[in-house]
Design a protein around this ligand. Sequence first.
Ligand SMILES: Cc1cc2nc3c(=O)[nH]c(=O)nc-3n(C[C@H](O)[C@H](O)[C@H](O)COP(=O)(O)O)c2cc1C
Length: 179
Amino acid sequence: MDARKQVIVIGVCGSVAAVEDVKLIRELRRQNFDVYVVMSENAKNIVGKDALEWASEHKVTDKISGSVEHVYFCGVQGIADLLLICPCTANTLSKIACGIDDTSVTTFATTALGSKKKIIIVPAMHISMYHNPFVAENVENLKKQGIKFVEKFEGNKVKFPDIDEIVRVVKEEISKFKD
Ligand SMILES: Cc1cc2nc3c(=O)[nH]c(=O)nc-3n(C[C@H](O)[C@H](O)[C@H](O)COP(=O)(O)O)c2cc1C
């Protein structure tokens, strides 16, 4: 019998970099991960739900329903081994840092934090947003909580990193022991 594949849930936010997620999902699957997607309403303006369903070969969560998807994936007994919020907007990372939970992605993150699940955040935005003092403080607070950041600074942007780099960090984090 096949060993259970490790499960990665990708939280997709409304950054223009969300268009990169189709390739990222395919690469993670090539690396033998089972990939599920949760997306915010604003992400739907950037990348199509159908494309993410095609890439992951799973239904995409874009709304928390009576099936309590956040608990199914990110609760203490949830099937997710890691929540990868990628790309993450200034909006979503700030909400997570403040315990605000009003989108599908922030509901998954709130639950994952409470369950001590591994979380990686890949921010993508103009540097002026990232250097906003409140956003910068929120980033620091999230890092203090053990959330891993993959940041690629280039020019006046925090850019979407190379897919190989994201995959490398995912593999590194998922292999670490966490109680
Ligand atoms: C075309 C477009 C591109 C955007 N790119 C970014 C971005 O790269 N980073 C960011 O933080 N916000 C970006 N925004 C703004 C976010 O979509 C906005 O803050 C939204 O409220 C985020 O919602 P979410 O965090 O729930 O996905 C962009 C908006 C649009 C319309």
